[in-house]
Design a protein. Sequence first.
Length: 359
Amino acid sequence: MMRLTIGGLLLLLMSTGAMAQEPPYFFYHAYDYGSEATFNPLSIIINGGYGTFQLGQRDRRLAGVDYRAGWRNVWTNVAHPLAAIREYGWKAFIRTEIVPTTLAPRSSQYFPNYQNHLVGGGMTYRAFVEWFRWHGVQYPKIWALMSLTVYHTLNEVVENNRYQGVNVDPIADMLIFNPLGVLLFSSDRVARFFGETLNLRDWSFFPTIDPTLGTLENNGQNFAIKIRLGHSTPWHLFYQFGLNGILGLSYKRADGHSISFGAGLLARNLRRVRRDDGVRHLTVDLVWNAGVFYDRNGSLMASVLFSGGRSYRFRATLYPGLLRIAGMRPAAFVAVGERGDVVWGLSLPSLPIGLAMRW
């Protein structure tokens, strides 16, 4: 019969208390395979900061962005939000950026605000916190908040580029939806619902650079949700989103391996809507896209995408764990552009960015 001394009992209680106080991990599990192996704050900053590079009309060259002009205009609008909204129109701002009132693409700027900034941005903040905490960084919440701020500021600067004038998009994103996302996902209850009930995961691409052209390839932050259709079924409702939306089904085996597939819409271009007062109002042109995805325990292992987009018409992506070259486990991709040009690239999990080449 096992004898438990008073000292042993106290030690057991202390260790149990310490284990109970360990914050949960909902979005980062330190897997050394799949999309989690390539996840880190710097890669996500590059993926999302240059997210509009995925649109067909954008120059993919890093040096092609007018960072100074973009920053100046973003700061002017964010620092004086009431004046910018007044010129844009309060009714138009609330109707297009804040309150879902229509499904018409030209007036649905609120959709990416809720999808990519409130939910995606909040989840990214929480995943950053978990990544920093897992790697033993002090003050993980502060580092996560700073990383998220750099990410979203870069995203707005790159999107704004050379435009000078009223721009309410960064006001809605940076002053309303991003802070709300951080507050929302700071709650364990909310994070548990999205992480365990909705199975929300980051399925971002891994960014690469073509050193000869100076172009950024294969970047973009994406998310995936799976909602189980019943307690006794392996089938899930599947939704993958970023600058696209793919709705379909996912089949999960008992060993944690899943196959998902679906179809939906992809943002092809940013387009300016004419207004009588001359104030800029942007919308997107949408085209079809479809994909098949293979993941292991929620970490994306491979994907094949087809679309009517201008950037890539076809893209096959393999994440770490499927290839082994000279003892290394790289990630790899190959894509075909609108004009038949081929891009391919490799990256290592330990690096925030890999190398690419365009033919």
